[in-house]
Write a protein that binds this ligand. Structure first.
Ligand code: TYD
Length: 210
């Protein structure tokens, strides 16, 4: 099973992914946890380029191709082999991030992005995608306090520095895109406490497994 997790900053994605991992491991399944950008060896180099604040001159098209390159390598060298080895693969962000951030965020053509994603994923779409949804003000507050604690600043702060209107577009983009892909993409309200959010995530996963 291949499950991806999406959402704006500060939705508690990392916490939920950990809990899903524990859930599968308790069932005796082997889990492989990964992320984009940066899920492969080559991808980790691309991630540094993509997220460094000094690279604010990257054009939207350059950015797009770096994310797609990261994804193509990740699918071919990491995700597909891990699935073939029988593992459950959980991925923090995937193709939908490109549609939403580069499409609804940077205003590149959404249908073109869907086609380019087809090339990058080479037929390997997730069985299920969970979008954690939160009001952008609340999300950014959570992300900023987490960054202050962890000391994330110049190295990976490029997206956190975006204006609130960008994050609102991203949030709306996720909701629109999810509505267009109802079978695969499920939206979960990430406002409540982590236990409540996890209950909902789990019930979605269980109904998909059934
Ligand atoms: P990361 O620190 O991993 O973000 P988060 O903790 O919110 O998951 O940074 C990844 C950033 O890259 C995030 O802001 C979204 C962006 N992104 C894209 O714009 N397009 C993509 O295709 C992907 C995978 C990520």
């Amino acid at each position: 099973m291949f499950i991806t997790f999406e959402g704006i900053e500060g939705t508690g994605k990392t916490t939920q992914i950990q809990r899903v991992r524990e859930h599968f491991e308790a069932q005796g399944r082997e889990v492989f946890l990964t992320l984009e950008p940066g899920g492969s060896r080559v991808g980790r180099e691309l991630r540094k380029m993509l997220l460094h604040v000094d690279n604010s001159d990257i054009t939207p098209i350059t950015e797009l191709f770096l994310y797609l390159a990261d994804r193509a390598q990740h699918v071919a060298r990491v995700i597909r082999p891990e699935l073939e080895a029988g593992k459950v693969v959980l991925c923090d962000r995937f193709a939908d991030s490109t549609v939403v951030y580069q499409g609804y965020g940077r205003e590149l053509d959404v249908d073109l992005l869907r086609q380019l994603n087809e090339v990058a994923v080479d037929g390997l779409w997730p069985d299920l995608t969970v979008v954690l949804d939160i009001d952008p003000e609340t999300g950014l507050e959570r992300a900023n306090s987490r960054n202050a604690e962890n000391g994330i600043s110049r190295e990976e702060g490029r997206f956190e520095a975006e204006h609130i209107t960008f994050h609102r577009r991203i949030r709306e983009g996720y909701l629109t895109w999810a509505a267009m892909n109802r079978d695969r993409i499920k939206v979960v309200d990430a406002t409540p406490d982590p236990d409540t959010v996890f209950e909902r995530v789990l019930s979605i996963i269980e109904s998909r497994q059934a």
